[in-house]
Design a protein around this ligand. Structure first.
Ligand code: NAD
Length: 493
C-alpha cells in the first residue's frame, strides 16, 4: 500500500537560495581567484599526465573512503534519498575518475594525419592543448556529479578550474574543497567559489578560457550572452522535456516501472526525467493501471530508507503546484497523487495525469518535479511527431520488444541521447557522450568528447626543410602553373 507519512518539517532545511547561503565568496574576490588560477595554470599544464592522473586517483580514494559523509551532505543539501545520492551522484563521479584516468593517455595522444599529394615530403599531426582556466557552473539537482565530472575532465586535460556550485548548497562546497586538499592537489588548481548569480556573473567577467555551464535554459542563455561579449567559448547543458514512447508490443510492466522511476526518482528533479509518456492506444488503459499500481508501492523517504524524497527548493515545489493546477483547470484527470491544499514541507506526492491537451503548461514547460502526464497515440509516426514537438531535445526513450524497430524509431528522435527499453541511465554512463540538441544545449561531455571539450587542438605540419625553394614560392612560373593544373585535373576528374 502507498506509504507517504507526513514528513516533519525541518526548519533548518534550505528552501530557497537566500536561506541556503552560508559562505559567500564576495564578488570582489573573484578576480583574485582568477589571478591565482592563472598563476597556477602553466605549472599544472606542464606536469606530466601521469602526475595529474595520480592526483585524480588520490581524489577518488579520498571520496570513496568518505562516501557516508558525501551521501549525508547530499541528503542534507538536497533531500535526496540514500539510493539517489549514492547511485546518481557518487557512482558517476567515482566512475568518471576511473574511466578518464584509464583512457586519458589515448584520448589526449597526438594524432598523426595523412598527407595530401601536394604536401608530399611533409607530415602533419594534431595535439590537444589545455585551454588554461575553465569556469564550471553547476546546478543543485546532482550537485556532485554535475559539478565534478566537468572538473575531473578539465583537470586531466591540464586546465585549472574555478567551480561555482549552486548557491542552494550548504555543506557540499566545503566538502569538495576539503577533499581536494586531502588528495594533495596543489593549491589553486581547483578553487570553489560560493555565491549566486552575481558571483557567477563576476566569474564570467573575469574571463576564463572556457565556460562549462549546467543549468536552466534562461540562465544558460544569459551566461552565453555574457561570455560572447568576451569571445569565451561556452558549453551549455540545459533543460529537457524528455518523451517516452511505449509501443503496442512493449513489455508493459517494465515500461510502467521505467516510467515511474524515470519520472519520479530524485523527486523528478532530473534534466532527463521522463516528462511526457506517449502510449499506443491499444495498451493505454493497461499501462495507466500498471503505473498507478507501481506508484502505490512507493515509500516516502522521511523516515529510514525510502524511494521518494522531498523536493529541494520551495520555488520548484510552487512551480509544480502551478503546473498541476493549470492542467487540472483545463481538464486533466489525476490518476494518483493527492497534493494537500496546504503543506509546510516540500514533499510533492508523485502525480500521474491523463486527459492531457498540448496547450497545457505541463506539456510546454520543463516540469522538474514529480508530475507525469500520460497520453495515447495511434501510429508510430504520430508518436515521433509528438515526441519531437518540443523546443527541447535532451533525451527520449522508446519501449518495444522489437529492438531493431525501436532502434529505428530512436534514430528519428531529435535528442542528444535516446534509450531503447530504458530511461535516464545514460547520465551515469561515462562512455557515451551526453548533451542536448535544440534548446537543451550546446556541446557534449562524457566519453572522449568530454575530455576533448576541455582542450584546444593545435595542428602541426613539419617539412624536413632540405630544399632551398618550393614550387608554390615566388617567383610564379607558367610551366609550374600548367603542371599543377594538369595534376588537379587528373586528381579530381
Ligand atoms: P540555474 O540555471 O538556476 O543555475 C545554474 C548555475 O548557474 C548555478 O550555479 C547558479 O548560481 C548559476 N548562475 C545563475 N545566474 C547566473 C549568472 N547570471 N551568471 C553566471 N552564473 C549564474 O539552474 P538550477 O536551478 O541550479 O538547476 C536546474 C536546471 O538545470 C534545470 O532546468 C535542469 O534541467 C538543468 N539541468 C541540466 C542538466 C543537463 O545536463 N542538461 C543537468 C542537470 C540540470
Amino acid at each position: 500500500m502507498s506509504v507517504y507519512p507526513t514528513p516533519s518539517p525541518d526548519p533548518d532545511r534550505p528552501v530557497n537560495a537566500v536561506d541556503a547561503v552560508d559562505a559567500v565568496s564576495p564578488v570582489e574576490s573573484v578576480q583574485e581567484v582568477m589571478n591565482q588560477a592563472r598563476r597556477q595554470a602553466a605549472d599544472w599544464s606542464s606536469q606530466p599526465l601521469a602526475f595529474r592522473q595520480q592526483m585524480l586517483r588520490n581524489w577518488r580514494s579520498v571520496i570513496a573512503r568518505n562516501l557516508d559523509e558525501w551521501v549525508d551532505a547530499l541528503r542534507a543539501d538536497t533531500s535526496k534519498t540514500h539510493m539517489d545520492a549514492l547511485m546518481s551522484d557518487m557512482y558517476p563521479t567515482l566512475d568518471a575518475i576511473s574511466y578518464y584516468v584509464r583512457g586519458a593517455q589515448a584520448m589526449l595522444a597526438p594524432s598523426p594525419r595523412p598527407v595530401p599529394l601536394l604536401f608530399w615530403g611533409t607530415r602533419g599531426y594534431v595535439v590537444r592543448q589545455p585551454l588554461g582556466v575553465v569556469a564550471v557552473f553547476a546546478p543543485w539537482n546532482f550537485p556532485v556529479q554535475l559539478a565534478l565530472v566537468p572538473v575531473i575532465t578539465a583537470l586531466l586535460a591540464g586546465n585549472c578550474v574555478i567551480l561555482k556550485p549552486s548557491e542552494q548548497l550548504r555543506l557540499l562546497p566545503d566538502l569538495i574543497r576539503r577533499s581536494l586538499a586531502e588528495a594533495g592537489l596543489p593549491p589553486f588548481v581547483c578553487q570553489v567559489l560560493e555565491g549566486g548569480p552575481d558571483v557567477g556573473a563576476a566569474l564570467v567577467e573575469a574571463r576564463p578560457d572556457k565556460v562549462f555551464f549546467t543549468g536552466s535554459l534562461n540562465v544558460g542563455r544569459k551566461v552565453m550572452e555574457h561570455a560572447a561579449r568576451h569571445l569565451i567559448p561556452c558549453d551549455l547543458e540545459l533543460s529537457g522535456k524528455d518523451a517516452m514512447i511505449v509501443c503496442a508490443d512493449a513489455h508493459l510492466e517494465r515500461a510502467a516501472k521505467a516510467a515511474v522511476w524515470g519520472g519520479f526518482f530524485n523527486a523528478g528533479q532530473v534534466c532527463v526525467s521522463v516528462e511526457r509518456v506517449y502510449v499506443h492506444q491499444s495498451v493505454f488503459d493497461d499501462f495507466v493501471r500498471l503505473v498507478k499500481r507501481e506508484v502505490q508501492t512507493l515509500r516516502h523517504d522521511s523516515e529510514g530508507f525510502g524511494d521518494i524524497g522531498s523536493m529541494t527548493t520551495r520555488a520548484g515545489f510552487t512551480n509544480c503546484r502551478r503546473l498541476l493546477a493549470d492542467a487540472v483547470d483545463q481538464g486533466a484527470q489525476v490518476v494518483c497523487g493527492d497534493l494537500p491544499a496546504e503543506t509546510s514541507d516540500l514533499f510533492f506526492p508523485p502525480t500521474i495525469l491523463t486527459h492531457i491537451s498540448p496547450d497545457m503548461l505541463i506539456m510546454q514547460e520543463e516540469i522538474f518535479g514529480p508530475l507525469l502526464p500520460i497520453l495515447p497515440f495511434s501510429t508510430e509516426q504520430e508518436a515521433i511527431d509528438l515526441a519531437n514537438d518540443s523546443s527541447f531535445g535532451l533525451g527520449a526513450s522508446v519501449f518495444s520488444k522489437d529492438v531493431r524497430r525501436a532502434n529505428e524509431l530512436a534514430l528519428k528522435l531529435k535528442t542528444g541521447t535516446c534509450y531503447v527499453n530504458d530511461v535516464v541511465r545514460n547520465l551515469a554512463n561515462m562512455q557515451l557522450p551526453f548533451g542536448g540538441m535544440k534548446a537543451s544545449g550546446i556541446g557534449r561531455y562524457h566519453g572522449p568528447e568530454g575530455l576533448h571539450a576541455f582542450t584546444q587542438t593545435q595542428a602541426v605540419m613539419i617539412d624536413r626543410g632540405r630544399r632551398k625553394t618550393m614550387p608554390h614560392y615566388f617567383p610564379y612560373k607558367r610551366r609550374t602553373y600548367e603542371l599543377l593544373k594538369r595534376l588537379m585535373r587528373l586528381l579530381y576528374r
